[in-house]
Design a protein around this ligand. Sequence first.
Ligand code: NAD
Length: 464
Amino acid sequence: MKAHDGMYIGGQWRPARGPDTIAVVNPADEQVIAHAPAGTADDVDDAVRAAREALPGWAATPPAERAARIAALRDVLVVRADEIAETVTAELGAPLQLSQTVHAGVPIMVAGSYAELAASYSFEERTGNSTVLLEPVGVVGAITPWNYPLHQIVAKVAPALAAGCTVVLKPAEDTPLTAQLFAEAVDEAGLPAGVFNLVTGLGPVAGQALAAHEDVDLVSFTGSTAVGRQIGATAGGAVKRVALELGGKSANVILPSADLARAVGVGIANVMSNSGQTCSAWTRMLVHKDQYDEAVALARAAVAKYVPGERIGPLVSAKQQQRVRGYIEKGVAEGARLVAGGPEAPRETGYYVSPTVFADVTPEMTIAQEEIFGPVVSLIKYEDEDDALRIANGTVYGLAGAVWAADEAEAVAFARRMDTGQVDINGGRFNPLAPFGGYKQSGVGRELGPHGLSEYLQTKSLQF
Ligand code: NAD
């Protein structure tokens, strides 16, 4: 795989300040496919300086022109979609079809939505005798995870650019090649030098330097709750803005009136997609006690289609594979019943985990409380609707969820009582304009659509 040995700073690829590199491994065959530079605090400093220098010019660029640059960026992503998909497959391990439709397709959709929003958004409002100006927050430090390598980048960079902010990106160390491709696309799209900058590197080194940099105005982080908490504390100490997209443990609530087969089938597909490495995955399936045995049988049949190495890829790294297998062992030890899968690796080579279904899971078990981030579903029995609600809301997280019922209004009534940021009603489709983000410890702030754009704006009120 092609890799740059430098950082993209101030509109050009510059040599990294230090000699260290990160080996990029293909998780499907465990082979090293490239090396990316491991940035230091000095690289971050250079990048923040370039972003600061570019800020006045970009902030003053008319929104229509910013929109045209984002549209050009979207167009480059379209032209390079195959290359993006192949790169994501190589460094994340996702099956190629998933890389094409989701890992390349969704960021194109999101970039397109921000090209349109930048052109149509009202950056000025009237209220009473005041005019409120919506101005860019400034220099953004974006820190992203590996699970949707390009989507996580575009979901931060596109709204930041639309708002008139400039950006320094520190992508996940497992997937730096997709981030380098994105930087090439930015360059090709003709964004002014310094508006977007890339520093690859390790979280505790380059990530921490970016989060703590005094000339960064907003830190936008997606990743684990543990790191998010630390970044939030650092930002709080410096009185700077912060957006956190963290973990989840979402509930798929199947009400008794629902089409059970469909709800279980879509629920299994939702978790197995991307090998379960989706923060909004519905990893807890809540089923009424009278339908429980039937749901278990349906889940067992549905998961059988996910053959490792074919329909489902490996996990991103040996570390994640170990972590997920540890959770499966813990589920067994705490008394949950294995219906499919288990802790044994299904293939000799590659970081694969068997698609796993647990039955007889009780709400307080570790596998029902903690984020596993792998292809593992827990079926939990409920007595009645109030019990289902208690279970659904009974974790520290609140990122997403699903409700199924024969009647849409019945599902919506239940969804209104859920403590979570997104709910899909009877298998609702992805909407790139709908705000995405968490209640409770799933995070602070929202991404996507106009709500995502407003995260990168601050208000100035003029009174007349
Ligand atoms: P992680 O928190 O370890 O890493 C995320 C990013 O933060 C990476 O770029 C990493 O290099 C960086 N980082 C790590 N330590 C840092 C530090 N001390 N200072 C600054 N940056 C640091 O998470 P991960 O293992 O890469 O991703 C998995 C987790 O991310 C899961 O818990 C998942 O739920 C969460 N996630 C959440 C969302 C969401 O939108 N809510 C999306 C994807 C992933």
